[in-house]
Design a protein around this ligand. Structure first.
Ligand code: G4P
Length: 534
């Protein structure tokens, strides 16, 4: 028990959220550099561009220069075991991002100093808010000219509605900073010139602000400006309150530059100190405490064909409680079966290792023979419960999809089934359709491209995709048997989900209200009643 407690308390599992190009890849890489997981920065980025290393299972990443899939990276720093969940950074929002955030205990919000709060940041922030997880802010690209620190604080508070507590403060002339002031320690850290182009750890010197050397080095004007800023922050700014941070009401804010390794160490150390270890999660038996319950986990992501040569399928699980050991039998609540987890995988800077043991907060990949679904719960033998609140998102974009070449029907159905199980898209059938076609529902249009690309590359099937002019889907309860009695649905379309439940597609919320008013005895559900398995 003692070991479990210690291991749990040193875990930090978080996701970095940002708008594309804010520097997420760069920061992730620098954290790995400072954590000693890589020796020279440049490896992750170089690999990002190398199709045979990271993304050969999905060239689309390279073609579009975006990261479509999430990966998990682990490293140790100063006694902590750090798990970084990489959220897809593309503009188009997908359910994958939400699910990844389900597996995180906190989030780091990355902001470009020149651009401030951008669209994607807003959306992701909203999800973190709903989950009530602590949010830390890293203002990046401080080596460039951008908005002033006070301006950014104001923007974050106004646009996102969260108060900011700067943990450090840039030192120097705006646009040409030379160091940071650490408010907790009352110390200034001045950086030496970035001789290694950000590839290696940057040296710096630290001393108390009262040390006369700073006045000398910085010059009277810069020194006085820093003192004034600090005084203003202390007097007029929010006080640091850990309870507010935990509740997601106050964000500890850091300034730095991932590219030039400016303030990266300070961020990592303070973040690890403040970020929460795994906490209790809600399940059907009440709260599941990470150290009091035996092993439990949930599936938050399924990925097929990571290696096209093997056609393997991995289910990523987040451990919520207890110790995991390789080969242990676990109970899969959804099928009611005991499964032996023989080949668990962990990912270190994109390389796979076999896991012998793991603890709450850790993410592992399991070879999935096709039994796992997203949101499924795994628990220790003798236990039987399910984790709650796993989000299911109603699709908003629809298309009719069929194989161009009808001879490829078999591969087409196989590929579609596979991608549905992964949760990449939701699949429906049009009952009276003569040809083998599916109706696909997604939450973002990029998913159609991903579908098209993967069907071609992994199953050799060219698709015909016809977008449909609907944006609202409702599961129908009450009139399942007699759909012909539904009134006012001429402009809509009734389809069936994979469990043969009727779903009504409509063009907009206005038509929905029209139909709802005319059919008072029918319930129109946003998600199916039993939404655990999609
Ligand atoms: P992302 O994963 O959030 O999309 O961002 P990524 O790290 O790929 O960074 C986007 C661009 O911003 C990259 O430039 C990167 O070098 C740059 N960048 C990241 N951090 C900093 C920083 O602290 N300061 C400055 N000035 N730039 C930064 P790029 O030109 O698109 O790519 P590259 O040629 O540098 O690889």
């Amino acid at each position: 028990m003692e070991e479990l407690k210690q291991e749990t308390l040193r875990r930090r599992t978080y996701a970095i959220i940002s708008h594309p190009d804010a520097g997420k890849t760069t920061l992730t890489e620098k954290l790995l550099l400072y954590g000693g997981a890589i020796r020279l920065a440049g490896t992750v980025k170089a690999r990002k561009a190398n199709k045979h290393a990271v993304s050969d299972w999905m060239e689309i990443e390279k073609q579009r220069g975006i990261s479509v899939t999430s990966s998990v990276l682990q490293f140790d720093y100063d006694g902590y075991r750090v798990n970084i969940l990489d959220t897809p950074g593309h503009q188009d929002f997908s359910e994958d991002t939400y699910r990844t955030l389900m597996a995180a205990d906190s989030a780091v919000m990355l902001i470009d100093v020149a651009k401030g709060v951008e669209d994607q940041t807003k959306k992701l922030f909203k999800v973190c808010r709903q989950r009530n997880i602590p949010i830390f802010t890293f203002v990046n690209k401080l080596d460039r000219f951008g908005k002033s620190p006070f301006e950014l604080m104001e923007e974050i508070e106004e646009v996102l509605g969260i108060r900011c507590y700067p943990m450090n403060w840039p030192v120097g002339i705006h646009g040409n900073y030379v160091g940071i002031y650490n408010r907790r320690e009352g110390q200034v850290e001045l950086f030496d010139k970035d001789g290694g182009h950000g590839k290696t750890i940057r040296s710096s010197s630290k001393a108390s602000l009262d040390d006369p050397i700073f006045r000398e080095t910085l010059g009277d004007e810069v020194f006085q400006a820093l003192k004034d800023d600090i005084e203003l922050l202390d007097m007029a700014g929010d006080a640091f309150d850990m309870d507010q941070v935990t509740a997601g009401e106050l964000t500890p804010m850091f300034f730095g530059s991932a590219m030039t390794n400016f303030g990266v160490r300070n961020f990592l150390e303070e973040f690890l100190r403040l970020a929460p270890p795994p906490v209790a999660r809600q399940a059907s038996i009440g709260e599941v405490n990470p150290v009091e319950q035996p092993f439990s986990a949930f599936v938050f992501k399924i990925q097929a064909n990571m290696n096209p040569a093997h056609r393997d399928r991995l289910a990523f699980i987040r451990i919520c409680s207890g110790k995991f050991t390789r080969g242990m039998p676990v109970f899969h609540a959804e099928t009611g079966k005991l499964i032996k987890l023989a080949q668990p995988q962990q990912f270190l800077a994109q390389e796979r290792n076999l896991v012998e043991e793991a603890y709450p907060g850790d993410i592992i990949g399991l070879f999935d023979p096709g039994v796992f679904g997203i949101g499924d719960t795994l628990c220790a033998e003798g236990q039987d419960f399910k984790f709650e609140n796993f989000p299911v998102f109603p699709p908003e974009l629809f298309a009719k999809v069929q194989a161009k070449d009808s001879m490829k029907r078999k591969q087409f159905v196989k590929g579609m089934t596979q991608l549905t199980q992964e949760g990449a898209v939701q699949v429906f059938r049009q009952p009276d359709s003569a040809v083998e076609a599916f109706i696909i529902g997604t939450v973002g249009s990029l998913q159609f491209e991903v579908l098209e690309y993967r069907l071609k590359n992994e199953y050799g099937v060219d698709l015909l995709i016809d977008r449909l002019a609907y944006s609202v889907a409702r599961w129908l309860i009450g009139e399942e048997q007699d759909l012909s009695s539904l009134k006012g649905i001429d402009s809509g379309m009734v389809i069936r989900d994979i469990q043969d439940r009727p779903v009504l597609l409509l063009s907009n919320e206005w038509s929905l209200r029209w139909v709802e008013e005319r059919n008072p005895d029918v319930k129109f559900l946003v998600v199916p009643q039993d939404a655990r398995r999609v």
